[in-house]
Design a protein around this ligand. Structure first.
Ligand code: BGO
Length: 268
C-alpha cells in the first residue's frame, strides 16, 4: 500500500497550486463516487511511492455540501497516512476553523502556511511560525506555492519518518467534560476516533447520529449531557462547539500574530 497524503484546505487557499507543485503535470482525475465532485490524485515528484490525494476545497467538515461530505468521509475512513492542510496566511482566522476540525478527526497533520509572499508585502502583520506551531501542536511550514518558496522544505517534512504529529485542540473545560462523558459511551470505537464521534454526537450531526450504533440508554445519557451543556451555556450544542473553536483560534492568534494595527490603535 503506497503512502497517501490527503491535501485539504479552504477554496482559494492555493491547494491546486501546491498540488501541481508537489505532483507535476501527471494527475489521475475522476469523480468521487456518487457525486459530481472532481477527484484528483498524483504521485509526489520526489518520491513516486507517495500519493497526494487532493480533497475538495471546503471551509468546514459539516455534513451539508458534497465537498464537505467527501472531505470528511475521506479524512475519517480513507486510506491515508497524514493530512497536509493548506492555510492561507492572509486569512488565518477563517482558515484555522477547518484546521481545528481536521485535528478533531485524530489524523496526523502538517500545516503548509501558504501565501507568505503576500503576507510579507502587507507589512502590518507578522506571524511567528514557531509560536503558531506550538499553539496548534502541529508542524507549520511557511511557503509560497506560487513561487515554490520553501516547498522543498515542506516535502522534507512530509517525508521525514516518525514526524507524523497529531494533537487535539483543547476547548473550554465545560465542553471538554461534556465530550469526555460522551466519549465514555464510545468504547467500541478506536481511541483516536472517539473524540471526533463525541464532538459530532454533541453537535447532533444527523449523519453521525444515524451511523453510530448506540443503545437506548446510551442515547438517553448523551441527550442528558447535551441538555446540561445547553442549559449551562444558554446556547444550542452546535453553537457551543462553533464558539469553542473560535475561542481556541483567538488564543492561537493572540499567541502567534503581531498586528501593527493593534499597536497604532492602542496609541491613538
Ligand atoms: C489565480 N502566493 C500568491 N501570491 N498567490 C498564490 C499562492 C502563493 O503562494 N498560491 C496560490 N496563489 P488555487 P485553490 C489568479 O488564479 O491554487 C494564487 O482554490 C488569477 N487567475 O495563483 O487555485 C493562485 O485550489 C488571476 O490565483 O487555490 C490563484 O485552493 C489573478 O491564489 C489563487 C490573480 O489558488 C488561488 C490570481 C486567473
Amino acid at each position: 500500500m503506497p503512502e497517501a497524503i490527503a491535501l485539504v484546505g479552504n477554496p482559494n487557499s492555493g491547494k491546486t497550486t501546491l498540488f501541481n507543485a508537489l505532483t507535476g503535470a501527471k494527475q489521475a482525475i475522476g469523480n468521487w463516487p456518487g457525486v459530481t465532485v472532481e477527484r484528483k490524485a498524483g504521485k509526489l515528484r520526489q518520491d513516486k511511492t507517495v500519493v497526494i490525494q487532493d480533497l475538495p476545497g471546503t471551509y468546514s467538515l459539516s455534513p451539508y455540501t458534497s465537498e464537505e461530505i467527501v472531505t470528511r468521509n475521506f479524512l475519517l475512513d480513507g486510506e491515508l497516512s497524514q493530512v497536509l492542510n493548506v492555510v492561507d496566511a492572509t486569512n488565518l482566522e477563517r482558515n484555522l476553523y477547518l484546521t481545528l476540525q481536521v485535528m478533531e478527526t485524530g489524523r496526523p497533520l502538517i500545516v503548509a502556511l501558504n501565501m507568505m509572499d503576500v503576507l510579507k508585502k502587507q507589512h502590518h502583520r507578522q506571524i511567528n511560525l514557531d509560536k503558531l506551531s506550538y499553539a496548534l501542536g502541529v508542524p507549520v511550514v511557511g511557503i509560497s506555492a506560487m513561487n515554490g518558496t520553501n516547498v522543498p522544505e515542506l516535502v522534507d517534512h512530509l517525508l521525514t519518518p516518525n514526524a507524523k504529529t497529531y494533537a487535539y485542540p483543547e476547548y473550554d473545560p465545560r465542553v471538554e467534560s461534556a465530550l469526555s462523558l460522551i466519549q465514555a459511551q464510545l468504547k467500541a470505537y478506536p481511541a483516536e476516533k472517539r473524540r471526533w464521534y463525541a464532538i459530532k454526537l454533541f453537535e447532533q450531526d444527523e449523519q453521525v447520529v444515524e451511523k453510530v450504533q448506540l443503545t437506548d440508554k446510551q442515547q438517553d445519557d448523551i441527550q442528558q449531557t447535551i441538555a446540561t451543556a445547553e442549559k449551562l451555556f444558554g446556547d444550542t450544542s452546535d453553537a457551543i462547539m462553533v464558539n469553542a473553536r473560535y475561542d481556541f483560534i483567538a488564543r492561537v492568534i493572540a499567541m502567534s500574530v503581531v498586528d501593527d494595527n493593534d499597536f497604532s490603535e492602542s496609541w491613538s
